[in-house]
Every structure is written in C-alpha cells, then in structure tokens.
Design a protein around this ligand. Structure first.
Ligand code: DOR
Ligand code: ZN
Length: 347
C-alpha cells in the first residue's frame, strides 16, 4: 500500500525569485506547491522603498502563469538611508511583511547593506513600535573572522547586544546553520524565531568538499560540520514552533555557479517537499512536517495557515527530478541531495 501524507499547504519564509527571465523561470517551481513566500529584496538595485516593493510585487504577479495562485510577501532591504516613515507606510498598507538586514558584504548583492547598526536604530525602533519583523542574515563580515565562525560571532557580538538594547523587536534569524544559532533561538527570551533551509538539513561541509569541490552546494551561510547539521535536523523535527521552513532557494545560472569564483546559492524550490519528507521520515518525525512547513511560519507572522491541503505519496521507485531547469536566463541546477527521493507531491 502506498504511504501518503496530507497536510496544509506550506509556505516558504525565505525565497529568492530574482527578476526578468529568471523570475519567470523559477516562480512556477515554488507556486506549484507553496501558497505564499517571503520574497528576498536583494535585487540589483535592491528593493529599498515601498514603491520598489510594490513594483516588484506587481512584476512577480505578472510573471505568475495563468491558473496558478501565489501570494508574494514582500520585504524591504534595510539600508543606512532607509526612511522610517516610508517603511511604516508600506507596512500600514499591507505591502511589506518584514524588513531584511544584510550586513554589508555578507552575501550576494549585499553591498548596500548595513555597515554600522547604530545608523539604522531609528528604523529598528520604529519597527519594534509597529510590530514589523526584522529578518536577519546572521553573519559578521569582519575579514579576520573565519567563514565557518561568522554565524556564531554574529550571535555574540551583534544579535544578542541588539536584542538586549531593543527587546521589543521581532527577529527572525534566517537560514540557521549552527548548533549555536539553534540554541540561541531556542533559549533567548522575547520575540525570536528562526528559519532552516532544506539543503542545510541534508548536507554538511563534507558533501561540498570531500572528493572534489561541488559548487552547487556552495551557499551562504556556508554548510558547517555534521554536528551542526544534526542540531538543525533535531530542531526542525522537534515541533518547536520557533523553527520553520525558509528554503533560501536561490537560483544562479550554471555559468555563474560553475566558475573560478562561483556564486553562493542553492536552488531547491522544485524538490524541496520531497527532500523534507525524506528528512522528517529519517528522523521518525513525519508528523512534525506540517508544523515546520505549514503552521509555525503563519503563526509567527500572525496569519492564518492555508486552508487547502497537499498530499505527498511515498513510491517504491525514486522520483525523477530534472537535473536542471531551463530558464530564459540560462540553465539552473536543481539541488541534488545525493540519494534517491521517494516522497513526491501528488495533489
Ligand atoms: O547562498 C545564498 N544565496 N545566501 C544568501 O544569503 C543569498 C543568496 C542569493 O541571493 O544568491
Ligand atoms: Zn537568502
């Protein structure tokens, strides 16, 4: 008998859709399964003002194929010149769901990010006042700090001091990759939550570096050692409502990934639910998948969970995913967990 799992339709609380031909190519991959997603603002130039967010939202909706439903939840890219009033107005009209903090230089298109947190305190104070969450790329960019330590150092030197000085601010620590991040989010007082990606549940740094360098596993924050991966899997499958799915599906063309200086990003939209069912089954926690993918995120963002359901089935034969998807911007390689996947969305 085929095993099946029916659950509320999931949402993705951290997604890169890009723009133009890439947007048109990748959007259906998410919209096929997910009802809503938090849309990252790191375009070139970034989505900084309410006007930018409205225009980008409209381009996303225009790129949605007929017959597909999808709600983009827009974010603003925090800069040192962000106007608190513009941001508050965009929030008041329901245009933006969160604001994104990229430390300058931390990752793809983060040059306009924040160098000095003290310069954005008026914006953060306004956000705390109106209840607008801050999504954080939690890595320091100090050249002396080893890339594998950048998340932990960020917790100690940036996040914790910030939250002590502004405890009312709602914070989402995104794409957690360390046991330190997990314990911070699990134990810290106040309004904090964390997202975990699909790929960080399935790979550690050995997968990326042993036997040859695999550029399609390179992302930021970079995958850490397996002890951290184990902590992420435990948190994601624990049922703790502070943790939920943000895939960080981040498409780059093969040409820009398979390069002497390859871009950071893993594209996982197409097979994310198959991957997650695999992980949750391995952890003996299939009953916790709905919480992680469909319930904890909406609760955090004070929205109802989706009304409709999706069904996954476990087949005897592995699901045949394409190695890459073709977009008008070029081919994009799909995340390959390195083993067959038997769970598949059937409805
Ligand atoms: O791997 C990543 N890719 N991490 C990020 O923070 C940004 C993202 C992208 O935009 O490609
Ligand atoms: Zn991201």
């Amino acid at each position: 008998m085929t095993e099946t799992l029916t659950m509320r339709r999931p949402d993705d609380w951290h997604l890169h859709l890009r723009d133009g031909a890439m947007l048109a190519g990748v959007l259906p991959e998410t919209a096929r399964h997910f009802a809503r997603a938090i849309i990252m603002p790191n375009l070139v130039p970034p989505v900084v003002t309410g006007g930018d967010a409205r225009a980008y939202r409209d381009r996303i909706l225009a790129a949605l194929p007929d017959g597909m439903a999808f709600e983009p939840l827009m974010t603003l890219y925090l800069t040192e010149t962000t106007e608190p009033a513009d941001m508050a107005a965009a929030h008041a009209e329901g245009l933006v769901t969160a604001v994104k903090l990229y430390p300058a230089g931390a990752t793809t298109n983060s040059a306009s990010g924040v160098r000095d947190l003290s310069r954005v305190m008026p914006v953060l104070e306004k956000m705390a006042e109106i209840g607008l969450p801050l999504c954080i790329h939690g890595e320091v960019t100090t050249p002396e700090v080893d890339i594998f330590d950048r998340e932990k150092v960020f917790l100690d030197t940036v996040l914790d001091p910030l939250r002590r000085s502004l405890p009312e601010l709602k914070v989402t620590l995104e794409h957690i990759t360390t046991s330190d991040g997990i314990s911070y989010v699990s134990n810290a007082p106040g309004d904090i939550a964390g997202t975990i990606t699909t790929h960080h549940l399935m790979i550690n740094r050995n997968h990326m570096l042993v036997g040859g360098i695999r550029p399609h596993y390179y992302c930021l924050p970079v995958a850490k050692r397996s002890t951290h991966q184990i902590a992420l899997r435990k948190a994601a499958t624990s049922g703790n409502p502070r943790f939920f799915l943000g895939t960080d599906s981040a498409p780059h063309t093969d040409e820009t990934k398979e390069s002497a200086c390859g871009c950071a990003g893993v594209f996982s939209a197409t097979n994310t639910l198959s991957c997650l069912a695999h992980v949750f089954e391995e952890e003996g926690a299939l009953d916790k998948l709905e919480g992680f993918a469909s319930l904890h995120g909406p609760a955090r963002y004070r929205r109802p969970p989706n009304d409709d359901r999706i069904t996954l089935a476990k087949r005897a034969a592995p699901t045949d995913y394409p190695a890459k998807i073709d977009t008008g911007a070029g081919p994009v390689t799909l995340f390959d967990p390195g083993h067959p996947l038997y769970w598949h969305v059937i409805a």
